[in-house]
Design a protein around this ligand. Structure first.
Ligand code: A2P
Length: 281
């Protein structure tokens, strides 16, 4: 299978001018012992944007894959996230992530969950602003922030988050949250963009895939890309990694895009950020 050159993945320009490849590779639920091989495969396939988190416990393996690839650090966009239980010690948590990853800087650092019950995310954000000012992080953002969490953060924030990463796929789109984020200048990044595989069998997806003679995964990813959303699909299989990357070449018609949007079903897979407080995350 031909290697998709990294240059064909479009960049999204964040609100501070930093550019991020719109199609990246996520390693949520990738076991630490398999992560190095899988990330090496993803880099080989052409991915230049890798999304991990301290909570995934695979940062060291991500770092090892980047080092083994020989790809210049500056050519890779690397995201990691602040664990919930460490919002009160964000500076130490960040430094630990950076050490695990074996890098001098991180491209994007996100507050993983708001955990409103602990009321610590504004304090963590202040620390992230300072690390950003020092050049240790190129862009700072949030994950799983609902509208009221964004409002609370912006009451005291000096830096507007560059990104809000949240669950977004055809059967769970959170359109109001996406619109609000965009209005604030916050780029929308979809996690579980394929609905962890559950949305691949939806009728509008498979019929569009048949019409274009491409995989359902490519259809869903092209649908995200058409809306300007950053996506981080994961796959343990190098053939499917390459298949997903080729979504950048797919152009859907407005009616195809609308048919996929009509799959909205409120089908959340992950936790509800309004109440989620898992400290190990
Ligand atoms: P696998 O790792 O075996 O490829 P999400 O990114 O929404 O979390 O979805 C990830 C899930 O979707 C994984 O179970 C992954 O399985 C599957 N997946 C990823 N890419 C494809 C693809 N191109 N075709 C079919 N399944 C895919």
């Amino acid at each position: 299978m031909p290697v998709t050159p990294a240059s064909t993945v479009p960049n999204v320009t964040l609100n501070n001018g930093v550019q991020v490849p719109q199609l990246g590779f996520g390693v949520f639920q990738v076991p630490p012992e398999e992560t190095q091989r899988i990330v090496e495969d993803a880099l080989e396939a052409g991915y230049r944007h890798i999304d991990t988190a301290a909570a995934y416990r695979n940062e060291a393996a991500v770092g090892a894959a980047i080092a083994a690839s020989g790809i210049p650090r500056a050519d890779i966009f690397l995201t990691t996230k602040l664990r919930n239980g460490e919002q009160g010690t964000a500076r130490e948590a960040f430094r630990n992530s950076r050490r695990e990853l074996g890098v001098d800087y991180v491209d994007l650092y996100l507050i993983h969950w708001p955990v409103p019950s602990r009321n610590l995310f504004n304090e963590a954000w202040k620390v992230m602003e300072s690390l950003h000012a020092d050049g240790e992080i190129r862009a700072i953002g949030v994950s799983n922030f609902l509208a009221d969490h964004l409002d609370t953060l912006l009451q005291s924030a000096e830096v507007v988050p560059a990104v809000n990463q949240f669950e977004l796929h055809p059967t769970f789109q959170q359109p109001e949250l996406a619109a609000k984020s965009r209005t604030l200048g916050i780029a929308v990044e979809a996690y579980s963009p394929l609905g962890q595989g559950a949305d691949l069998n939806a009728g509008a997806v498979t019929s569009t895939a048949d019409k274009h003679n491409i995989s359902p995964a490519r259809v869903i990813l092209a649908w995200h890309l058409a809306q300007g959303t950053i996506v981080i699909p994961k796959s343990a299989n190098s053939g499917r990694m390459r298949d997903n990357l080729a979504a950048v070449d797919v152009v859907l018609s407005p009616s195809e895009i609308n048919a996929i949007a009509a799959l909205e079903a409120g089908a959340r897979i992950g936790s509800d950020p309004a109440v989620a407080a898992h400290s190990q995350m």
